[in-house]
Design a protein around this ligand. Structure first.
Ligand code: GDP
Length: 215
């Protein structure tokens, strides 16, 4: 059952998340183009975020495997969708980071083209985890991606990263800002997940949410 509120992240949900991530997690496919997507099998959850948001660190913290994000950062694999099989119950899909200030327009259009086609046309996609850095403002590129989620009618959930770097008051403001954002977007789930790959805060909760989307 998908988890949509904080209250649903109870002890049972945390345990389900722990069990899911206690299993294996292996890279099985990379796709640079739509015609390279793997056949549909497992339910999928994609991870998206600006470059440097902390996506690799979060994937490592979630799975407890450094090898995972290393795969995605291998030259040639940074610009593709990387698929990881988690315990044969869920595919974690690492999307390329977006928002390079210096990227050419054509690169941005490529990103949007592939991502939008994937998001819109993938029946096995259960949702997207959109990572936002707790320390920085929401950028135009984040808003553009949220726009894509809306147009593709794909549910997305906001995961705040690096919360160890912000004071509680700043975090509270950030959450209010995101709640307001979620209200404006039909595809946004209102549950915001604050995490830190550094301290491990929020990792068990995120695993619980992912277990709610697994087979
Ligand atoms: P990616 O480009 O989104 O994959 O980002 P990385 O995972 O490579 O992280 C970018 C930078 O942020 C690195 O220097 C990380 O050490 C740092 N970082 C990532 N997560 C955290 C976190 O939870 N806390 C802190 N303090 N730093 C983090």
């Amino acid at each position: 059952m998908p988890i949509t509120t904080e209250e649903e992240i109870d002890a049972d949900a945390i345990e389900a998340g722990r069990l899911l991530f206690a299993g294996s997690c292996d890279f099985y496919h990379g796709a640079q183009r739509l015609d390279q997507l793997p056949p549909i099998s497992l339910p999928e959850v994609a991870f998206a975020g600006r470059s440097n948001v902390g996506k690799s660190s979060l994937l490592n913290a979630l799975t407890g495997r450094n090898a995972l994000a290393r795969v995605s950062s291998t030259p040639g694999r940074t610009k593709q969708l990387n698929f990881f099989n988690l315990s044969n119950r869920l595919a974690l899909v690492d999307m390329p980071g977006y928002g390079y200030a210096q990227a050419a327009k054509s690169v941005k259009e490529d990103w949007q083209g592939l991502m939008f086609a994937y998001l819109r046309g993938r029946p096995s996609l259960r949702g997207v985890m959109l990572l936002l850095d707790a320390r920085v403002e929401i950028k135009a590129s984040d808003e553009a991606v949220i726009e894509l989620f809306d147009r593709a009618a794909i549910l997305f959930q906001i995961v705040l990263t690096k919360i160890d770097q912000v004071k509680p008051a700043v975090l509270a403001r950030k959450r209010a800002e995101i709640d307001a954002l979620a209200r404006k977007h039909p595809a946004a789930l209102h549950l915001v997940l604050p995490t830190s790959s550094e301290t491990g805060a929020g990792i068990a909760e995120l695993r619980a949410v992912l277990a709610g989307l697994a087979a």
